[in-house]
Each structure stands twice: as structure tokens, then as C-alpha cells.
Design a protein around this ligand. Structure first.
Ligand code: FAD
Length: 299
């Protein structure tokens, strides 16, 4: 039986593995994607990770993985499909029929951005379609961008981008925003944000990069980039009968990663928190691993 099984080899899982290995735990990292390094692999250039300049997300993910491998962390390629509670230990079942028993788990399966599902969206990811204004906003200085969505994130993105871009279209399918009143007032006060309400994007078009979005009402907006902010889907379904999950699907825990299930810790984008970025994911991973170490010592 392993001391620790980490589910997910994104930044949170990888960071947890390094701390666990240095604490001499017998640790295994399970990842469903071949050599996967999580969402950050999709980032053309990583921003906000202090000390790192000019690296792509793919490169950063490789560095994380190499660090873990250098320490001797073992990886297992497989999709976890069920987590069961044994007598003081955990059993994780995988899609291929195999199972791993472990005294503790750090669950770091992340989250995925909800997509619009319109033609062009997939093709232009990294070339004008972005899911992260704080990561990619700086590429749009004095350009024209669109933000799609009507919640707090969409309005925050629009406000953030309005200080960088020349013009921001905020496209929302309803005539009222779900975001807080305070944000709505700020957005309305910004001269370079134009609200396009009761409208949906039907297609994203371009050549090498995005050049425009088409709306369902037939109109066309010429833009340089579109930021999709229509929500995240936390990968928490495996835990739904085991730990407390909030109304948006995030596992309820603080930075210790502790949950209401003994020996099961949660780290990264899948947990409740304010900012979902690499820096907070690696911090969570470190904390959750140390929580697992302390839990094992206490037994
Ligand atoms: C396009 C894009 C650009 C971004 N740019 C930046 C940036 O510039 N700066 C920044 O700080 N942040 C950026 N982010 C955010 C950052 O990538 C995330 O906050 C971070 O990756 C979260 O790490 P995580 O380990 O919690 O989750 P994830 O990165 O989501 O990793 C979770 C891992 O778990 C695996 N997994 C999921 N379910 C299972 C399962 N059932 N079994 C086994 N494995 C499973 C997944 O395959 C994945 O590898 C960006 C995100 C995106 C999408």
C-alpha cells in the first residue's frame, strides 16, 4: 500500500509530489493524460509566475515534471473513476480496471474552462481565443477584444482588459448581469467597454488568428481577441459523496487541503479559493502534501 496517491499531475499535483517525496513518502502520481501537466500546457506564455520570464506553459509543465522525476517520483498513466474508503485507507479505481490502495490521497484533478462550443473556438485557442484575461491580457495592448459572459469573472476580465486594450466588447446572453452590482456599475462607467446584451456568439472567425466574432443576430464584431468567461467546471465528481462540495462544484477546504474525510486532501483549482493560477496551485500542492505527512505521523 502506498503512503500517498496524488490524483492529477498539473501544477498542484506535481508540487505535492515533490514535497511528499522529500518527506520520504512512498508516493505515486496518477494522471489521465499521457505525460500530462494540466491546464497550464495550454498557455502560450505563462504570466504571473514570479521569476519565470518568456516560458510557455508547456515548457513550465515539463520543468515541473522533470523536477519530480529527478527526485524519483513515480507516475502512473490512468483515469481515476472511483474513490472508495477502506478500513483506514483509500482505494482508487481506474478506468483500465486496476486499483491503487493508499493511506492518503491528495486530490488535484483541477478544473476545465466551460467552452462556448461554437465553430472556431477550438481552432483559435492560443491564437486569439483565451480563457484567462490575467494570463493573456497583456498581448492586447491598444487592440480590440471581446469578453463573453455575465458573471463576476467576465466583468472582472472586462475591467482588467479595459486598462490594456483600446476597446472591450462585453457580450452577454441576457439583458442583466449575474455579477455583483458594484462590478456592474464600474463596467458601465468605463468609456471603452461597450455592452452587447441579449446576444450570443455563433462563430469565431479568422485566418492565422481571430479577426471577428459573429453573433446569432447576424451582426459581426471585428476584434483581435476573445476572452471566454462563461464559468469553470471543477473536476470534483469523484468526490461528490465523500467530501463537502459547494454549489459551484468546488471542494470546500482551506489552504491546508484538509477535507471532512480523514486522509483525503485537496489541492489546486478544484478547491474553493479566490484566485486560480499556477502560483496558488503549487502552494496548495505543497500544503496538502505536508498535511498528508502530518496526518500519517499522527497515526
Ligand atoms: C489557457 C490557459 C492559460 C493559463 N495561463 C496561466 C498563466 O499564464 N499563469 C497562471 O498562473 N495560470 C494560468 N492558467 C491557470 C493555471 O493553468 C491553473 O490555475 C493551474 O493549472 C491549476 O493547476 P491544478 O494542478 O490545480 O489543475 P490542472 O492544471 O487542471 O491539472 C489537473 C490534472 O489532473 C488530471 N486529471 C483530472 N481528472 C483526472 C482523473 N480522474 N484521473 C487522473 N488524472 C486526472 C488532468 O488531466 C490534469 O493534468 C491558465 C489556464 C489556462 C486554461
Amino acid at each position: 500500500m502506498r503512503d500517498l496517491l496524488i490524483i492529477g499531475s498539473g501544477p498542484a499535483g506535481m508540487s505535492a509530489s515533490v514535497y511528499a517525496k522529500r518527506a520520504n513518502l512512498d508516493v505515486l502520481v496518477a494522471e489521465k493524460e499521457y505525460l500530462g501537466t494540466g491546464q497550464i500546457a495550454e498557455s502560450a506564455q505563462v504570466d504571473n509566475y514570479i521569476g519565470l520570464v518568456g516560458k510557455s506553459g508547456y515548457e513550465l509543465g515539463e520543468i515541473f515534471r522533470q523536477d519530480a522525476e529527478r527526485l524519483g517520483v513515480e507516475f502512473y498513466e490512468g483515469t481515476a473513476i472511483k474513490i472508495e474508503c477502506g478500513d483506514g485507507y483509500w482505494i482508487t479505481r481506474f478506468y483500465n480496471g486496476e486499483a491503487v490502495e493508499s493511506k492518503t490521497i491528495v486530490y488535484a484533478a483541477g478544473a476545465t474552462h466551460r467552452k462556448l462550443g461554437v465553430p472556431g473556438e477550438e481552432n483559435f485557442i492560443g491564437n486569439g481565443v483565451s480563457f484567462c484575461a490575467y494570463c493573456d491580457g497583456s498581448l492586447y495592448e491598444d487592440k480590440i477584444v471581446a469578453v463573453v459572459g455575465g458573471g463576476d469573472t467576465a466583468l472582472d476580465d472586462a475591467l482588467y482588459l479595459s486598462d490594456i486594450a483600446k476597446k472591450v466588447y462585453l457580450i452577454h446572453r441576457r439583458d442583466e448581469f449575474r455579477a455583483s452590482e458594484n462590478r456592474v456599475l464600474k463596467v458601465k462607467a468605463k468609456a471603452n467597454i461597450e455592452l452587447i446584451l441579449s446576444a450570443t456568439v455563433s462563430k469565431i472567425i479568422g485566418n492565422d488568428r481571430v479577426t471577428a466574432v459573429l453573433l446569432a443576430n447576424g451582426s459581426r464584431l471585428s476584434i483581435d481577441g476573445v476572452f471566454v468567461a462563461v464559468g469553470m467546471i471543477p473536476e470534483s465528481h469523484l468526490l461528490k459523496d465523500i467530501v463537502q462540495i459547494d454549489e459551484n462544484g468546488y471542494v470546500i477546504t482551506d489552504e491546508t487541503g484538509e477535507t471532512n474525510a480523514l486522509g483525503l486532501f485537496v489541492a489546486g483549482d478544484v478547491r474553493t479559493k479566490k484566485l486560480r493560477q499556477v502560483v496558488t496551485a503549487v502552494s496548495d500542492g505543497a500544503n496538502a502534501a505536508i498535511s498528508a505527512v502530518e496526518y500519517l505521523k499522527s497515526k
